[in-house]
Design a protein around this ligand. Structure first.
Ligand code: FAD
Ligand code: MLT
Ligand code: ZN
Length: 471
C-alpha cells in the first residue's frame, strides 16, 4: 500500500484504520486466516492481499471503502467465494503496485420477515441462498434462484454475478428477482431503495445496473427480493437420450405438455461415470445411454402421470418423492465437485441458441483438441466434460489436461460459441477469466458504454480492478 502522501508505512496505517472502523477481530491479516479469502473455489485463481476485512453494516462498508481509497488500495468484494471466474479473489499477477483488501460480506446476514402481501423479502448481502430459500419456504413461498452452491453462495454474490442456476427457465436469473438494493459506492456514499414497489418509474434503475456488475461498481449490502408461490415438484425424471440434439428435442416436447417445467438439465455418460466414481452411486438406468436429460416439473399428479406415459420417456428413471428426486439430482449437481477432484479444470460457461446447440457440440471436441495440442494435433488428449442448463442453451464445458495457466483452450471454446451465435458467459460472469475476451460477446460501442459507467461511478478504479473490463 502506498499511503496518500507517499508514506511507506501505509500498509500498517491502513490496517490500523480498518481495525478502528470494524474492530480488530474483523481484520484478518495472518496468512493462515487470510488463505481462505485469497484463493477461489476452483484453485485456478489466487492472489495476495493485505488483509480480509469483515464489516458488519453498510456504514462500516462505507468506512472501509473510504479508508482504502485514502491509501489507494484496491478492494475485492467477496461473498461466499464460490464464483468460478476469478472475480472474488485478488489478481495473481499483482495489482499494479497497489495493495489489495478483500471485503467480505459474510457478516451482513440480516434477513427480514417475509412480506406475504407483496411476496417479497429484504435480505442482507451475506445471507446464503440456502438460508433465503428456507426462510421463504417457511412462509409458504419460494425464492426463484437455486444452484448447487446454495449453502455458501450469497445474496450479494448472486446479484453481482446475476447468477442463473437450475430454475432459470421458469423464474429467470437473479436480476429477475431483484426489486431494490442498498449499496455503497466507491466514494463511500450509500444508495438505498428497498421499498420493493412494483410500480416505480423514476429514472435509471440502479439495482438492475448492479446486477451482473461483479463488484466493479459498488458493494451491495442489502437487497429487496421477489418471492414466488411455492410450487411443489410433481415429478423429476432422468431420461437416457442419444445425444444433445435428442436432449434438446425431448426438453421441448416435455415443455409443450407441462407448463410447469422448471428444470431441464443435460449430462453426458462421461460425467455421470465420474460422479459415480466419486459418490459410489449406482448406474442411473438399467441400460446406459450416451447422454441424459434431467427434467423437473411442478404441477398436479395427473400431469406427472401423463408425462411418465410419454413413449420418449420409456428409458427414464422417474421420482415423485423428495429422496428419489435428490438421488436423481446428484448425477447432475455433483459434476462440479467430481471434475475438480481430478485436477484444476478449465471451466467455460457458454450459451448458444438451442437451434445451434447440436452443431456446437459436434465441433467442440475437435476444437478443444486442436487448441490443446497445437495445429499438429500431437500430445495427450484433453478430457472434455459437457453438462449444463440445456433449457437455457447454457452448456458448461470443462476441460482437464492443459496447464491451468494457459487460456488457449478457454479461448477456443468461447470463440466456437460466438461463431454459433452464442455468448462467452451464460451465468458465471466475466471475472478475471474472460475480461480479455469481452469483445467476443459485446461490440466496441457497448464496451465503451460500460467503461463510461465504471469511470463515472468509480473514477479511482477502487473496486475490483481488472475484473469484467480488461485493464
Ligand atoms: P463470490 O464468489 O464471493 O463473488 C462473485 C463475484 O461477485 C465477485 O466478482 C465478487 O467481487 C462479487 N461480489 C460478491 N459479493 C458482492 C457484494 N456484496 N457486492 C458487490 N460485489 C460482490 N453459478 C450460477 O450462475 N449457476 C449455477 O448453477 C452455479 N452452480 C455452482 C455450483 C457450484 C458447486 C459452485 C462452486 C459454483 C456454482 N456457481 C453457479 C457459481 C457461483 O456459485 C455463483 O457465481 C454465485 O453467484 C457466487 O456467489 P458468491 O456469494 O459465492 O460470490
Ligand atoms: C453448475 O451448473 O453446476 C454450475 O454452474 C457449476 C459449474 O459450472 O461447474
Ligand atoms: Zn450452471
Amino acid at each position: 500500500v502506498t499511503a496518500a502522501d507517499g508514506e511507506p508505512s501505509g500498509a500498517r496505517g491502513l490496517l490500523r484504520d480498518l481495525a478502528r472502523e470494524v474492530g480488530d477481530e474483523h481484520v484478518l491479516a495472518e496468512p493462515d486466516l487470510l488463505a481462505g479469502y485469497t484463493t477461489d473455489w476452483t484453485r485456478r485463481y489466487a492472489g495476495g492481499a493485505l488483509c480480509a476485512v469483515r464489516p458488519g453494516s453498510a456504514g462500516q462498508v462505507a468506512a472501509v471503502l473510504r479508508a482504502c481509497a485514502g491509501y489507494s488500495a484496491a478492494v475485492v468484494p467477496q461473498g461466499g467465494n464460490t464464483g468460478l471466474v476469478g472475480g472474488s479473489v485478488p489478481p495473481g499477477d499483482g495489482s499494479r503496485g497497489r495493495g489489495v483488501v478483500v471485503l467480505s460480506t459474510r457478516r451482513l446476514r440480516d434477513l427480514g420477515p417475509v412480506d406475504p402481501l407483496a411476496a417479497q423479502v429484504t435480505a442482507g448481502a451475506g445471507v446464503t441462498i440456502a438460508d433465503l430459500r428456507a426462510h421463504a419456504a417457511a412462509a409458504g413461498l419460494a425464492y426463484g434462484v437455486n444452484l448447487a452452491s446454495r449453502e455458501s453462495a450469497t445474496v450479494g454474490g448472486t446479484i453481482a454475478t446475476n447468477a442463473g442456476g437450475i430454475n432459470t427457465i421458469r423464474y429467470g436469473a437473479t436480476r429477475s428477482q431483484l426489486l431494490g438494493i442498498e449499496a455503497v459506492l466507491a466514494d463511500g456514499s450509500i444508495v438505498s431503495r428497498l421499498s420493493g414497489l412494483a410500480a416505480d418509474n423514476v429514472g435509471y434503475d440502479l439495482a438492475q445496473l448492479l446486477a451482473g456488475s461483479e463488484g466493479t461498481l459498488a458493494v451491495i449490502t442489502t437487497a429487496r427480493l421477489r418471492l414466488w408461490p411455492a410450487e411443489p415438484a410433481a415429478v423429476t425424471l432422468l431420461a437416457g437420450v442419444d445425444g444433445i440434439a435428442a436432449a434438446a428435442a425431448l426438453h421441448a416436447e416435455i415443455r409443450a405438455l407441462a407448463p410447469g417445467l422448471r428444470a431441464a438439465e443435460y449430462v453426458e455418460a462421461a460425467g455421470v461415470e465420474l460422479v459415480r466414481e466419486l459418490t459410489g452411486l449406482p448406474a442411473p438406468l438399467s441400460r446406459p445411454a450416451p447422454a441424459y436429460l434431467l427434467a423437473e416439473i411442478s404441477g398436479s399428479a395427473d400431469e406427472a402421470e401423463r408425462l411418465a406415459a410419454l413413449p420418449s420417456l420409456a428409458r427414464a428413471a422417474v421420482a415423485m418423492d423428495a429422496a428419489g428426486r435428490a438421488a436423481l439430482w446428484a448425477y447432475r449437481e455433483r459434476h462440479t465437485e467430481a471434475i475438480s477432484a481430478l485436477g484444476i479444470p478449465h471451466k467455460m460457461d457458454v450459451a448458444v441458441p438451442l437451434a445451434r446447440i447440436a452443431a456446437f457440440r459436434a465441433e467442440l471436441d475437435q476444437a478443444v483438441r486442436a487448441a490443446a495440442n497445437g495445429a499438429g494435433g500431437a500430445g495427450p488428449a484433453p478430457r472434455v466434460f459437457v453438462f449444463g442448463h440445456i433449457g437455457a442453451g447454457n452448456l458448461h464445458v470443462n476441460v482437464l489436461g492443459p496447464d491451468p495457466a494457459d487460456g488457449t483452450v478457454d479461448e477456443a471454446v468461447m470463440r466456437l460459441a460466438a461463431v454459433h451465435g452464442g455468448t462467452i458467459s451464460a451465468e458465471h460472469g466475466i471475472g478475471r477469466a474472460k475480461a480479455g475476451l469481452l469483445h467476443l460477446s459485446r461490440s466496441p460501442a457497448e464496451i465503451a458504454a460500460m467503461r463510461a459507467v465504471k469511470a463515472a461511478l468509480d473514477p479511482g478504479d477502487l473496486l475490483n480492478p481488472g475484473v469484467l473490463l480488461p485493464g
